[in-house]
Ligand binder design. Structure first.
Ligand SMILES: NC(=O)c1ccc[n+]([C@@H]2O[C@H](COP(=O)([O-])OP(=O)(O)OC[C@H]3O[C@@H](n4cnc5c(N)ncnc54)[C@H](OP(=O)(O)O)[C@@H]3O)[C@@H](O)[C@H]2O)c1
Length: 292
């Protein structure tokens, strides 16, 4: 098997992190694309690109990720999050390539009281969650050569995310109201990027350990958005902004979010022998990387 890996949506948080760590793996050949080079919603473009580049593995980091914006842009969201994964899966099937696709904790409704396993019933409560679940289902109708990794509350040094927003808002304001009744697991995109490469090396390029399917990956431990924000300010050392815990009802968001979306990561840890850091340790690592 060749070791050529096509990464789509490579200018986003996760794609950027894969780009950053790929130099640590000289045995793997990466092709990084984003929408200007390869629009994954265009079946002809995908098929021509796949034919020309012939990757063994496609890592789909491309998505429509604005959860509130999605409520008002249903057609476009479905095109990117639901139909494009099917297009990629079909192109992979044609060329016997493997597809690693990223999905989300927002496929669940948040009514659980313990971490969600891969076998728990899905029931998305937002357009974004619905579109991501539809993407998963469409891949499954095409072939079996896929790995769907559901992750949650992702942040990195790059792009739009909670960590960067909180730091910049806290520098400007004396108080910030943050939701304290939604619980999840913040996940550092670099940890997920390392996990993906680890799985590629241990499993996909080693057919004896070949284990396709759906897996949950999130940093260990959980917290509310308020606790997450407090930890960010503590680590950065911003003392001029006071955080005020509020309920979801008090925060006027366009899209509904699950109240509880902690992911059980037992399956991925056991199947691939992967260690997953605690979210507080990974946050420190990200913030220190941002500083340097
Ligand atoms: N962020 C989170 O909190 C979170 C949580 C759970 C799961 N996830 C999932 O994790 C994956 C990666 O998320 P992320 O935060 O890294 O996303 P991101 O930062 O929003 O990056 C997504 C990238 O996809 C590109 N893209 C959009 N439409 C495209 C198209 N038609 N063709 C090719 N590229 C296209 C975007 O380009 P433009 O910016 O130009 O549109 C962007 O560079 C996604 O599947 C997401 O659903 C994310």
């Amino acid at each position: 098997m060749n070791s050529k890996i096509l990464v789509t949506g490579a200018n986003g948080q996760l794609g950027n992190e894969i780009r950053r760590i790929c130099r640590n793996f000289p045995g793997l050949e990466f092709i990084f694309t984003d929408v200007d080079m390869l629009d994954i919603t265009n079946p002809d473009a995908v098929s021509v690109f796949m034919e020309a580049s012939r990757p063994a593995i496609v890592v789909n980091c491309a998505a429509y990720t604005n959860v509130d914006g999605a409520e008002e842009s249903v057609k476009n969201v479905r095109k990117i999050n639901s139909l494009a994964p099917q297009v990629l899966a079909a192109a992979c099937a044609m060329q016997d390539a493997f597809l690693i696709h990223i999905s989300t904790d927002y496929v669940f409704d948040g009514e659980a009281t313990k971490p969600y396993t891969e076998d728990d019933e899905t029931n998305p409560i937002s357009v974004y969650g619905n579109s991501k679940l539809e993407g998963e289902e469409k891949i499954k109708t095409v072939f079996d050569n896929y790995l769907i990794l559901r992750t949650s509350w992702m942040y990195s040094e790059f792009g739009h995310n909670f960590v960067r927003s909180i730091i910049s808002l806290a520098k400007e304001r004396e108080t910030l109201e943050i939701v304290n009744d939604q619980i999840g697991s913040p996940t550092y995109a670099r940890d997920l990027a390392n996990c993906i490469i680890d799985i590629i090396i241990k499993s996909i390029l080693n057919p004896k350990a070949y284990l396709p399917g759906i897996y949950h990956y999130a940093n260990q431990g959980s917290c509310s958005w308020y606790e997450f924000a407090q930890e960010i300010l503590d680590v950065v050392g911003i003392k001029t902004c006071k955080l005020v815990p509020i309920s979801t009802d008090q925060f006027p968001a366009v899209a509904k979010r699950p109240k509880y979306s902690v992911l059980d990561t037992t399956k991925i840890r056991a199947s691939f022998g992967i260690g997953i850091p605690n979210w507080r340790d990974s946050l420190r690592e990200c913030l220190s990387s941002m500083r340097s």
